[in-house]
Design a protein around this ligand. Structure first.
Ligand code: B12
Length: 167
């Protein structure tokens, strides 16, 4: 399996890059401004590091808010930065609840009702299918509800490409 290595001061992380590069390249859209954020209860950070690099390597301009972002902070950041799309990441098992609250808060804000939002990661607690929760997230206003696999990263690229085409 191909891996990409990231080094920090006291840390060495090997991340799998096992998606098919050709198909991702087909879905590349350069130059979008993307606001990347964790969810309110989630303190995990490597997911956000990975996604930032993933999106920047595809030419996007990423505004990264970091972990534990409340719905009101997310909304304020969207008003301040006017992104083309929002990418939410959650892996702690509370993603369905947290992302739903975040997106409902965004949708209630004048001017942000149509801002495209994709959410993904390990959204629910292990062992649950999450179908009903995913439907709830879509109903709340998420344009894409994704998981944590290589195919989901590819689907994120496809979603962003569709957003760019529709703009
Ligand atoms: C390191 C770690 C921690 C560290 C985090 C340190 C830090 N600064 O980040 C600490 C110890 C703090 C921690 C705490 C907790 N953790 Co933790 N943690 C992990 C662990 C071991 C690795 C996570 C990691 O860094 N992965 C590397 C990154 C790059 O991968 P990733 O996070 O999976 O992200 C990838 C995908 O998910 C996907 N993805 C993520 N977001 C998005 C978004 C989109 C749009 C798309 C398309 C894809 C995508 O793309 C990324 C790249 O492939 C995982 C287990 C594991 N092996 O995954 C558990 C894990 C995530 N933790 C878990 C849990 C339960 C917790 C705690 C609740 C434990 C507790 N009882 O306190 C707390 C939660 C704290 C909080 N408030 O959020 C569970 C979550 C279970 C679930 N979702 O079903 C896991 C899966 C462990 C397990 N098997 O039970 N954790």
């Amino acid at each position: 399996m191909r891996r990409k290595e990231f080094r920090a001061e006291n840390c060495r992380l090997l991340l799998p890059l096992d998606f098919r590069p050709g198909s991702v390249r087909r879905n590349m859209v350069e130059g979008m401004k993307i606001l990347l954020s964790g969810t309110a209860s989630d303190s995990h950070t490597w997911n956000l590091v990975y996604l930032r690099l993933f999106l920047e390597e595809r030419g996007h301009d990423v505004v990264a808010l970091g972990p534990c972002v409340s719905p009101s902070l997310l909304t304020a950041a969207c008003r301040r930065h006017s992104p083309d799309a929002v990418v939410l990441s959650s892996v702690n098992g509370h993603g369905y609840r947290d992302a739903s609250a975040a997106v409902r808060r965004l949708r209630a804000e004048p001017g942000l009702a149509a801002l495209p939002v994709a959410v993904g990661g390990k959204l629910g607690a292990a062992g649950r299918s999450g179908e009903a929760e995913a439907a709830g997230l879509r109903e709340a206003g998420c344009g894409a509800v994704l998981g944590d696999g290589a195919d989901d990263l590819e689907a994120l690229c496809a979603f962003l490409a569709a957003v760019r085409v529709a703009a």
